[in-house]
Structures are given as structure tokens and as C-alpha cells.
Write a protein that binds this ligand. Structure first.
Ligand code: HEC
Length: 122
């Protein structure tokens, strides 16, 4: 009897923690999404279609995990150095865009990049 009360108490406590953890996680995700949206709109929307737009190649690439994080980070912050070191994926993307002369060289930190990627992936 005592044991079963103890167990049910423990369970309640656990459920409570799960509830708050879930809420905290949801809040974090909302904040990340909102920050990503701000950074995306400020920096990328000039050239890239908005999230949810039809045939959005950037959004599709992120959603389908076409690139590793490290590549994306380098591509966004120093595309020229990827091209100089003859990175195959970077060269292929340039070829695909008919050698569009634009080079991504954003001064964004990891958190900002991760927020943008989170926003696009959602
Ligand atoms: C001035 C225009 C311009 C801006 C601003 C811009 N991009 Fe791009 N982006 C391009 C072009 C053009 C390509 C096609 C590849 C190339 O030519 O380098 C591209 C391609 C990409 C790709 C590769 C997509 C694929 O299909 O794999 C990623 C990732 C990317 N951009 C991320 C970003 C992010 C994130 C931002 C904002 C922080 C941004 N870009 C801002 C023009 C731009």
C-alpha cells in the first residue's frame, strides 16, 4: 500500500517534469523559429524565395538535408574560400546557377545560422 502511494507520487512528479520540459522545449522552438525568420528576412529574402513558396530550392535543400551543417556554414559565411579550395559541392552549385557572380559572405555567428536553418527546415 505505502509502496504504491510512493510509486504513484513519483510518477506524478515525473509527469509534471515532462510537462514543463515539453513547455520549455516548445518555447525554445518558437523563439528559434522567430529569430530565424528575422535573420532570414533581413539577409536572404532579397534573393531567396520565402518559406513556403513553390519550388523554393533553398528551402528544399535544407528540408531534404542536402548539405551538412559545416558545408552550409562555410557556404553562407565564406563561399569564396570553398570555391578557391575547389569544394565539389560549391563548384556544382555555381555551375547550377550558371556562374552567378554572387558570393555569400555573411557575418553571421553559429547561433544565427542555426536559427535560419531551423526556420527553413520547419
Ligand atoms: C544577392 C543574392 C543572394 C542573397 C542575399 C543570398 N543568397 Fe543564397 N544563393 C544565391 C544564389 C545566386 C545561389 C545559387 C548558388 C550560387 O550561385 O552560389 C544561392 C544558393 C544558396 C544555397 C544553396 C542552395 C542549394 O540549392 O543547395 C544556400 C544554402 C543559400 N544560398 C543560403 C543563403 C542564406 C542562408 C542567405 C541569407 C543569410 C542567402 N543565401 C542569401 C543568392 C543569394
Amino acid at each position: 500500500m505505502f509502496l504504491s502511494i510512493l510509486i504513484s507520487c513519483k510518477r506524478k512528479e515525473k509527469d509534471g517534469n515532462d510537462f514543463y520540459q515539453k513547455k520549455a522545449k516548445e518555447t525554445n522552438e518558437k523563439v528559434l523559429d522567430a529569430i530565424g525568420k528575422i535573420y532570414f528576412e533581413k539577409n536572404c529574402l532579397k534573393c531567396h524565395a520565402n518559406r513556403g513558396a513553390k519550388d523554393n530550392y533553398l528551402e528544399n535543400a535544407i528540408k531534404n538535408d542536402r548539405h551538412e551543417y559545416q558545408f552550409l556554414k562555410n557556404f553562407i559565411t565564406k563561399q569564396d574560400s570553398l570555391l578557391k579550395s575547389k569544394n565539389k559541392k560549391a563548384l556544382a552549385l555555381k555551375d547550377w546557377s550558371n556562374n552567378n557572380p554572387y558570393l555569400h559572405d555573411f557575418n553571421l555567428n553559429e547561433n544565427e545560422i542555426k536559427a535560419i536553418l531551423y526556420y527553413l527546415k520547419k
